[in-house]
Design a protein around this ligand. Structure first.
Ligand code: ADP
Ligand code: MG
Length: 717
């Protein structure tokens, strides 16, 4: 339901956009969503109550109740223009899937009526065989089923009622991103509630994780996009020399938004608001043509659904404006890539943020314990966090001096770090007055929530009352990263609860536990510049993992401690983990393979013929000039012909090497295959690009077959 603050937020956005009548505000927001308002209005009292229980406490709905909900949902959907419904899910392709059925049911007299039963709402059957299952398909039935997730509201898009669902095999194995996410949310809730009870918060029954994902993207002109096969096939430019102007003037970040972009953003917001997505901020990002969309945070599974919707709407609305929205992590070499900042916290059902320090010594102690749980989790499961953001695309971004490095570390800010250090050493903490920090007795000093000392180079930063995980790539679903954060923190909390529940003297045990955590895990805390090369050395000294690429990181998914973590918290079984590893490895290989083939195609069909023509023309020009002026030296022509033809030869040779290397991809072992793509194929691709980019710089503009970086990046006027 819209809370008062949320409503105010939305009203202020509308005000900024010049919307006069505030009546429209709430009318538009969520107008296409079967939300709490609609349910309260349309459902019989007892059914509404049962729905609330299903949403808040995860209680299953009886079929009789589901029938009433389904019928009311259908009536509402038809009134709002829908004729079809779909179970909407997120298979392991990273994007969403849907299969539309109409509400039409034939009657005996040859007519039709519009029907939708509880059974159709709660569960759907789907042929799983065309979705990636990473071996699960071989072991289990090809059929899969979709199960309604009542905690994420159904909504209408175009003429269809969308029902958010989880997607499983008949054996119960997760075939999607959502099932493990929901499981991990349950796992962390279970453990966090144990801790809260120890602090006397007996009334808390569930804890929810909340996420606000900030989404970065590029916006370019569609006519220009259509002329680049690399963008069309792979979402990124595989060739392209640096433009004379890039982002060095830093004149784009938070700069004035161009009219065409502003119109696009307004429409994106409106579409998202109708779907109940709390889109709040839109601004320009660091690189030219780069922008960001940030929603107001919400419960994690809903945030994951909404982020998928946001990515889809961004792309659809762009088309309507003759623009293309690029979601790739690194569409342009030498220009900032796009990520997704996953702002994460925990909150009780009454809305108390557990990463908010609070006012009293006791609240502070509870906060410190949750903070320590995150520090311990991030340190112990660095590899899993790295894997959760691993993809061929993100490999180009992480560590490229504009995004966090591939090393996971935590930024706490100086003040909080000093407090922790004082606690660890039983030393005095020197703020305004010297205090010896005793947990549960002293109030920790208030530290600035939102200040300039915020470190943008840190992969995992504490920002006053939440953590911001910044390593996610812009295309990825946020589900995987949150599965890892939730489960790893659940494990810290489980260990804490086991220890504290058995303690004679709670306060003493708590003090010891916090001290021990700080001592054991302080190596993960780093407040300095994450882009600095010195940090790479320092991190190595501290024994932190530096898994630079996807193939290097993925095998850690099957480390003994990963299997143990996920199976103990019932998030992934070992079989499910193996299948995920398979899918991720295969996906990496496929992407690099498509990129290599696209490069070959572009080089052979367009680039080499164009350069050859250019060389011929330039050589001819030289002889024409010499015909005219006998002793003309024709330096430009001679040098250019020489240089271009030598580069052309090297392009030709590298293309052949690349082709040959592609024929020799090892196929017996997936991990070996991924390493081969990383070491051999990507290396060939780099060489090929170098020669081509150099050629682009010396060939004349007209003869070059594609629009260059300057034209693409500044295409939206
Ligand atoms: P920025 O990081 O760009 O300065 P903010 O700090 O205001 O912006 O917020 C970034 C994102 O963090 C927003 O999506 C916001 O809703 C989200 N956020 C704020 N509080 C929480 C919370 N308790 N849990 C999860 N996300 C939160
Ligand atoms: Mg941010």
């Amino acid at each position: 339901m819209l809370t008062k603050t949320l409503e105010n937020d939305i009203i202020s956005i509308y005000k900024c956009m010049g919307v006069k009548s505030m009546n429209n505000v709430t009318k538009m927001f969520g107008s296409k969503v079967f939300n709490n308002f609609v349910m309260e209005e349309r459902l019989p009292r007892d059914v509404y109550k049962a729905m609330q229980k299903a949403i808040n406490d995860g209680k299953r709905l009886d079929l009789s109740v589901a029938n009433v909900v389904a019928n009311s949902m259908k009536d509402w959907a038809i009134e709002n223009g829908a004729t079809h419904f779909t179970h909407w899910f997120q298979p392991m392709t990273g994007i969403t899937a849907e299969k539309h059925d109409s509400f039409i049911t034939p009657t005996r007299d040859g007519n039709v009526i519009m029907e939708f039963s509880g059974k159709e709402l709660v569960q759907g059957e789907s042929d799983a065989s065309s979705f990636p299952s990473g071996g699960l398909r071989a072991t289990f039935e090809a059929r899969g089923y979709t199960a309604w997730d009542p905690t994420s509201y159904a909504f209408i898009k175009e003429n269809t009622l969308y029902i958010p669902t989880a997607f499983c095999s008949y054996g119960g194995e997760a075939l999607d991103e959502k099932t493990p996410l929901l499981r991990s949310m349950e796992a962390i809730s279970r453990q966090a509630v144990r801790i809260l009870h120890l602090f006397g918060n007996e009334d808390v029954k569930t804890v929810k994780t909340t996420v606000g994902p900030e989404q970065e993207y590029f916006l370019i002109d569609k006519n220009i996009y259509d002329k680049r096969p690399d963008l069309l096939f792979t979402g990124r430019t595989l060739f392209g020399a640096k433009a004379p102007k890039g982002q060095e003037l830093e004149d784009h970040y938070f700069g004035t938004i161009k009219t065409r972009v502003a119109e696009f953003m307004k429409e994106v917001d409106e579409e998202l608001w109708k779907l109940g997505v709390l889109s709040k901020t839109e601004h320009n990002e660091a690189a030219p043509a780069q922008h960001e969309l940030a929603p107001i945070f919400t419960t994690t599974n809903i945030a994951a659904d909404h982020n998928q919707l946001a990515m889809e709407i961004l792309q659809k609305v762009a088309q309507r404006h003759d623009l293309v929205c690029l979601l790739h992590e690194k569409p342009f070499a030498g220009v900032n890539g796009s990520g997704k900042h996953n702002n994460w916290s925990l909150s009780t059902s009454s809305g108390k943020n557990l990463l908010d320090p609070g006012e009293t010594p006791y609240e502070n102690a509870q906060f410190l314990l949750f903070l320590c749980a995150v520090i311990k989790a991030v340190d112990e499961y660095q590899e899993l966090l790295r894997i959760s953001v691993a993809s061929a695309g993100n490999d180009h971004r992480l560590g490229a001096n504009e995004a966090p490095p591939a090393i996971v570390s935590i930024f706490l800010g100086e003040e909080l770090s000093e407090i922790l250090s004082a606690i660890e050493k039983d030393a005095e903490y020197d703020s305004k007055e010297k205090v010896q920090m005793k947990i549960g007795v002293h109030v920790i000093p208030r530290f600035p929530k939102d200040t300039t000392d915020r470190n943008r180079t840190s992969p995992f930063a504490f920002t006053g009352n939440k953590f911001e995980f910044r390593m996610l790539g812009s295309t990825a679903s946020i589900a995987e990263a949150n599965v890892v954060i939730n489960t790893a923190v659940a494990e810290s909390l489980r260990q804490y609860a086991d220890e504290l529940e058995g303690a004679q003297d709670f306060e003493n045990a708590l003090n010891k536990l916090i001290k021990r955590t700080i001592k054991d895990h302080k190596r993960i805390i780093f407040n300095g510049n994450g882009y600095d090369d010195l940090w790479v050395k320092e991190a190595e000294r501290r024994g932190l993992a530096n898994l630079r690429t996807t193939p290097e990181s993925l095998p850690h998914l099957l480390d003994e401690k990963s299997i143990k973590l996920f199976s103990e918290h019932k998030v992934y079984s070992e079989i499910e983990l193996r299948s995920r590893l398979d899918i991720m490895t295969e996906n990496y290989c496929k992407i690099v393979n498509i990129e290599a083939l696209t490069m070959i195609d572009m080089a052979e069909k367009d680039i080499m013929p164009a350069v050859s023509k250019f060389i011929g023309q330039t050589a001819q020009n030289a002889s024409s000039i010499k015909n005219f002026i006998k002793d003309a030296d024709c330096i430009y022509e001679n040098e250019t012909v020489k240089k271009a033809s030598s580069l052309l030869s090297s392009v030709y040779e590298t293309v052949n090497t690349l082709k040959k290397d592609l024929e020799n991809v090892p196929s017996e072992d997936k991990s070996k295959e991924a390493f081969y793509y990383k070491d051999v194929i990507i290396d060939d691709m780099k060489k090929l690009r170098e020669s081509v980019d150099e050629l682009e710089l010396i060939c004349d503009r007209k003869s070059w077959p594609y629009p260059g970086y300057g034209e693409i990046l500044f295409s939206v006027k």
